[in-house]
Write a protein that binds this ligand. Sequence first.
Ligand code: NDP
Length: 286
Amino acid sequence: MSEHKRDFLPSLVGSMSEGAAGNPTVEMVEAAFRHHDLHYRYVNMEVASNRLPDAIKGARALGFKGFNCSIPHKVAVIPHLDGLGESAAIMGAVNCVVKRDDRFIGENTDGKGFLESLKSVISPEGQHIVLLGAGGAARAIAVELALAGAGKISVINRSPDRGKELCQLINDQLEVVSSYTPWEKSYKITPDTDVLVNATSIGLYDGTAPLAIDLETLNPSTIVADVIFNPAETWLIRNARRIGCTALDGLGMIVNQGITSVAYWTGLRPDQSIMRNAVEKALRLE
Ligand code: NDP
């Protein structure tokens, strides 16, 4: 940190989560602050659900520039904010709060992180996206890809209620056609699939956990992406590479989320490689 900056307090951002945060975001964001000599600090704050309103008042009083929030605060935080970004309003979930003109605005960077990662290999415009899963990550990805001009979004999910609800949200609120297919037995990937995304939690902490998909139907021209970042090489990513597909691991999504958050809070778009190295180090992947 340069000498003159020691004279005043750093700008604060942080993460509100219930229970131990245990995620690599703090290392990633702090690495960006150090690298770019930004006089900011990112702190983890353990916030019980019943203390969330007080915690947000505290963040306002302490002059926070914003904060991340994770489950179970992503929906509960909304009534305590002053407004929502476009995609967060459609999703009904916030994971990143940004102070703009002294107002706390809720954004969702989950889908934006995925979109940026995907854009490193292809534009989403007009593409047929097949989403495995219909939880929070799938919803964020679907909304952001739809806003970015995806052609069609097919949702494959085990529980019909969540799968149908996500399709309805897309069909009702976005200019994209979406349809639900129940996930039964081994899912056969349709030949018109441009991008296949695992947005389930299958594979988290277990790189051998298989997805119920028929790998014989995976075309090498299909782009394959996984939201799971720990481990980065999941069963899906390994098999996609073996088949010859372009494969995007979940690290790209989390790093791009971090980039988006830092850019929101500081106005500076940080160096991607610094943040990816920090995540890999935190997860002991280097
Ligand atoms: P949710 O609990 O909201 O959703 C989980 C999804 O996985 C549901 O669709 C669920 O289906 C499905 N699922 C879970 N187990 C199975 C199974 N055995 N068979 C079939 N489907 C299954 O979780 P999130 O959407 O919030 O998170 C999903 C994953 O995304 C997590 O592992 C998380 O770590 C990761 N993630 C990664 C990010 C990144 O930056 N890389 C960002 C955000 C999340 P059903 O509806 O039938 O239960």
